[in-house]
Write a protein that binds this ligand. Structure first.
Ligand SMILES: [Zn+2]
Ligand SMILES: [Zn+2]
Length: 143
């Protein structure tokens, strides 16, 4: 087995045995393993790091998912963002993923992520600062 780079560029090595790796920690995706066996072996060491990295990267992962949803359903338009902010401001208590899913023809699981993210509200204002209404609604909800 010659270690020719199949994936051009970055070469990943297993945290445990330093062989070529093809799997990442399924939680934080920051460390690489060649196999599940090595992942299990490495877990004891990686565990505490993973927990803190996980927290940080949850944010990144959610952000990514959120951005994907925004793109997928083209929710960044002024029209859509106005609609969304109206839904959010007109009855925050009754806002549900179902409402969003129906209104914007979203997959229910996408709607759940979308709504959760809005409720968390992190960075949402910044990302959508051009759409003032949208951002304001998110900010209100995040309180
Ligand atoms: Zn390994
Ligand atoms: Zn991890």
């Amino acid at each position: 087995m010659s270690p020719t780079a199949t994936n051009s560029g970055t070469k990943k090595t297993c945290q445990v045995c330093e062989k070529a790796a093809s799997k990442t920690c399924s939680r934080c995706h920051l460390v690489w393993y060649c196999s599940e066996i090595c992942q299990k072996k490495g877990w004891k060491v990686h565990k505490s790091l993973c927990n803190s990295e996980y927290q940080t990267h949850q944010y990144e992962l959610h952000k990514k998912a959120f951005d994907t949803i925004i793109e997928k359903y083209n929710l960044k338009t002024a029209e859509k963002s106005t609609e969304i902010s109206e839904i959010l401001t007109n009855g925050t208590e009754s806002v549900s993923a179902e409402v969003f899913a129906e209104k914007f023809s979203m997959d229910i699981k996408d709607a759940v992520v979308f709504l959760e993210w809005i409720k968390v509200g992190i960075d949402f204002k910044v990302t959508t600062s051009k759409n003032a209404g949208f951002g304001a609604a998110a900010a209100a909800l995040a309180k």
